[in-house]
Design a protein around this ligand. Sequence first.
Ligand code: TXA
Ligand code: MG
Length: 343
Amino acid sequence: MTTQCLPVGEESLRKAAELFRQGQVVAFPTETVYGLGADALNADAVRAIFEAKERPADNPLIVHVAKREQLEGLCQVTETAQKLMDAFWPGPLTMLLMKTSRVPDITTAGLPSVAVRCPNHPAAQALLLECALPIAAPSANRSGRPSPTSAAHVFEDMQGRIPLILDGGACQVGVESTVVDLTGDVPCVLRPGAITAEDIAAVAGACTVASSVMRPLKEGEHAPSPGMKHRHYAPKAKMTVFIGSDEAVAKEIIARYDAADSAAILAHDSALPLYGTRRVFSLGDTPQEGAHLLFQRLREMDELGVSLILAQGWEAQGKALAVMNRMARAAAFDLVNVSSQDS
Ligand code: TXA
Ligand code: MG
């Protein structure tokens, strides 16, 4: 199969919508990362997503809609869900709600709940309106690779596997949407994103965060979200993340860098001068800038062929929880807190 990559425009949007109606798979931009979409109610179309991604069949997909009316008949929209939709849709918030039998089992990997989201990106909105279908879409990477934040990343992973990629430029947020489970008594964040648990609590009254967000699952522990148990966001290199002041982190990173064969450094802008002529890349200066840049940097590291990535992180809380959850997973939870060594 040849994979076309077309800039977002009236004609390419029409073509993508037509492919969706035919049950085909198309990659498209959202404000978080690129999605690999197909008709969520067509089991064969959804199967083609799993095949193109090489995604394990037990990992459910998110159903994307242009407006909440499209959810009618698909899931039970609770009062809390309504409030959160009022506050955060369109936007990077995915909600787990109880599904109806109209949603095929393959879309939710057999689970009784369905993940729903309304993306805040003009091209995604236009496409969802044009095809008038609920679209199942995981991130458009091959399983185990960093999520794609540009059409070029999608092409790297999906060339020859899908007919069309819509190119809408770089994704603004850069990490995937917040996933919040609304099927229990209190909303619970299973995957942190740009909308924080604090943001959700301010609207819903309360919100917890799954304890496994910043640690590996224990042997035999139930994964509240199947995505948690699969290896994720994995660069080829071994990676370690350091948290502390610029100076304390740089001291530790430089010692390890100088002892290694082929390492690269990811650091905050404010710390870049501390690394001299060593191979160092920017993660910006705020957790939001870090989120925007992280997946691109991980792909660049893979292309360079480095064997060790030494990265400066942030305290894993508030706005920084989203980027730190991804950094921790990319590093197989190899986190080092150097603040105690501060002088
Ligand atoms: O920002 C995003 O959410 C992007 C864009 C394309 O919208 N999509 C995305 O999809 O990140 P994906 O498939 O890569 O991640 C979906 C996550 C997975 O961890 C999956 O296990 C979880 O959501 N999930 C989906 N449905 C679920 C359900 N019914 N119960 C528990 N977890 C669910
Ligand atoms: Mg994904």
